[in-house]
Design a protein. Structure first.
Length: 321
């Protein structure tokens, strides 16, 4: 059951003495409604308040299961709020009921889910992981399309990445479209945004091997000196399945924007780290994959090799005993 909030605001209690969820009802044109939406849609305001807005029951649960701090819930249907009951903390969350039409006016999605949460931004060093990560990290180079960055983050979580680095110039990771397309990855993965290129080497382990997901290469053509120089480097290239990743201590995979491609700074970094360009050979007449798909294809090949190598080592160890 739900019960309208009475005088619990100072304690921010979530349940009353009868174990009913406490909430306030906001009337039409209440200034707090526009404040929630308008301010948290602005990157400047998000940064200032250190809060983010997520829409939908599933994303709120993802944040709560990851032990992220939830500050507010806005809902329009009682059943949506009741679905959250098993995951809600006992204190610290203020809950407001608003009309569905009011929420539709400010929603970022085509079909408003009717419930949203406002979380404190999780810091990378406090992310609660799902399991032991692989010795693999992504470096996103100038990813500007929100949906592409979200897909990359989703792939990073699925493959078991240690962390994701974003160079300065990438789209804001807390942009609503990024959050939606990442499907909860923000709560499960350490993400380091807006890193200056001069500082990126400080985020790379000394023992990392650097690979660049390079869709600019065409295996049907000769990789001439002129072509290599046009990319600002002389980094060799290989198909993604032609590398033995299992022999490496740590891996950094550089992923460029779909339109912008790999930047000169990435090529310079690759040259400095004795890196390798990876290509996904395509069917004739097909230029390249979506950048999120390309990241997933290469990353899951890396995962397959690392997992298989670990399993083989374990079996050999058992046999030796």
């Amino acid at each position: 059951m739900l019960k309208k909030r009475l005088f619990y605001l100072s304690q921010k209690k979530v349940f009353n003495d009868n174990n009913e969820i406490i909430f306030d009802k906001l009337h039409k044109n209440d200034s707090r409604i526009s404040s929630f939406f308008v301010k948290l849609k602005s990157k400047k305001e998000r940064t200032r308040s250190n809060q983010i807005l997520v829409e939908g029951w599933r994303l709120i649960v993802d944040g709560l299961e990851a032990k992220c701090d939830l500050s507010y819930i806005l809902f329009s249907r009682s059943e949506d709020l009741n679905n959250l009951r098993p995951f809600l903390p006992k204190t610290g969350v203020e809950i407001f009921k608003v009309s569905y039409k009011e929420m539709e006016l400010f929603s970022n999605v085509e079909t408003c889910p009717g419930i949203l949460g406002v979380f404190n931004m999780p810091s990378p060093d406090k992310i609660r992981r799902l399991g032991k990560p692989l010795p693999l990290q992504f470096l996103c180079d100038n990813i500007r399309v929100p949906g592409n960055l979200g897909a990359i983050l989703r792939a990073a979580v699925g493959v078991g990445c240690d962390k994701v680095l974003l160079s300065k110039g990438c789209v804001d990771i807390w942009e609503p479209k990024v959050i939606r397309s990442a499907a909860g990855a923000h709560f499960r993965l350490p993400i380091y945004p807006s890193i200056e290129w001069d500082d990126i080497p400080n985020h790379l382990p000394d023992n990392t091997s650097l690979f660049i997901a390079d869709s600019n290469y065409d295996f049907s053509k000769n990789d001439t000196e002129e072509h290599i120089q046009s990319q600002g480097t002389q980094i060799p290239v290989a198909p993604y399945y032609g590398v033995n990743f299992s022999t490496l201590d740590h891996i950094t995979l550089v992923i460029g924007g779909e339109t912008e491609g790999i930047s000169e700074m990435s090529y310079r970094l690759g040259a400095m780290k004795n890196g390798l360009r990876l290509n996904i050979p395509m069917q004739k007449g097909v230029d390249s994959l979506n950048t999120g798909m390309a990241a997933a294809v290469i990353a899951f090949e890396i995962r397959k090799q690392l997992v298989q190598a670990a399993a083989k080592t374990k079996i050999e160890g058992l046999a030796a005993n």
